[in-house]
Design a protein around this ligand. Structure first.
Ligand code: IP8
Length: 246
């Protein structure tokens, strides 16, 4: 089984509010079709969820955020999710929408529900979940990042591989020269706060990828603008990107 995160920066244009990158989504989905293994998909918020989370000043820390904000962020994620689901359907794949409220209560994963997700994936349906705004209780809510969902699912389900599909080639050791780090073995690279994402952008991804790899699982960062690289990583071929391993 393979766990794939479609980052918000690859499926949307983050420079422009509420703008899906339909062609890119299409190209990635067509590539996923060539993977002959059960898949679980997680996607990020990009210029949908993040745009509204910033507007309503909502973050990953549970707090009494604007109720209007909760509704609007949720609605925007449902809208983006529908675009992803439609693309899967159009390409004759069978997605099965699972918002994180289906397997997370407050901020705790529901193991029994997560084990069912694996069964759903193994049946041939493709579970599709996403970063979202979650109810926390006592009128509080919080933003749950799709990157955290990756760790939650990987910790319980131990997929053969986890792949973060990005809008860049992988993790760079130097942002100016774009020198790519091909492999990280147990080390945790130092990343400064990387974007104004409410969930922490690249820094968050590296934290989660490092956590997942500590469990002995392989994690790849690849560029979704070159979907063949997803296939190369999954099929164990020489690939362009970053591999995190223990
Ligand atoms: O883009 C965040 O998910 P992420 C989703 O995976 C929202 O961090 C609602 C901003």
């Amino acid at each position: 089984m393979i766990l794939i995160k479609l980052g918000g920066s690859i499926i949307t244009n983050k420079a422009k509010a509420l703008s899906p990158r339909r062609k890119t989504i299409e190209n990635i989905v067509r590539t996923l079709k060539k993977i002959d293994e059960p898949l679980i998909i997680v996607h990020g918020g990009g210029s949908f969820g993040h745009y509204w989370s910033v507007k309503f000043n909502m973050h990953t820390k549970p707090s009494k955020y604007s109720l209007r904000g909760v509704s609007v962020v949720k609605n925007s994620m449902v809208e983006l999710n529908k675009i992803i689901l439609d693309s899967f359907l159009k390409n004759k794949l069978n997605p099965y929408c699972l918002p994180p409220t289906d397997f997370v209560i407050k901020d705790k994963p529901i193991t029994k529900k997560i084990i069912e997700i694996e069964k759903i994936a193994k049946s041939g349906l493709i579970p599709v979940t996403f970063g979202d705004v979650l109810w926390y209780g006592e009128k509080k809510s919080y933003i749950l990042s799709g990157d955290r969902i990756m760790t939650i699912l990987a910790t319980i389900l131990k997929p053969r591989l986890s792949v973060f599909v990005l809008n860049i080639d992988g993790l760079y050791s130097d942002l100016k020269t774009k020198k790519l780090i091909h492999e990280l073995k147990g080390e945790k690279p130092l990343i400064k706060k990387s974007s104004n994402d409410v969930t922490g952008g690249m820094k968050r991804k590296v934290v989660e990828a490092t956590k997942i790899s500590k469990n002995g699982l392989k994690v790849f960062f690849v560029n979704g603008n070159k979907p063949q690289r997803i296939l190369d990583a999954v099929k164990g071929k020489k690939f362009q990107g970053t591999l995190f391993r223990r």
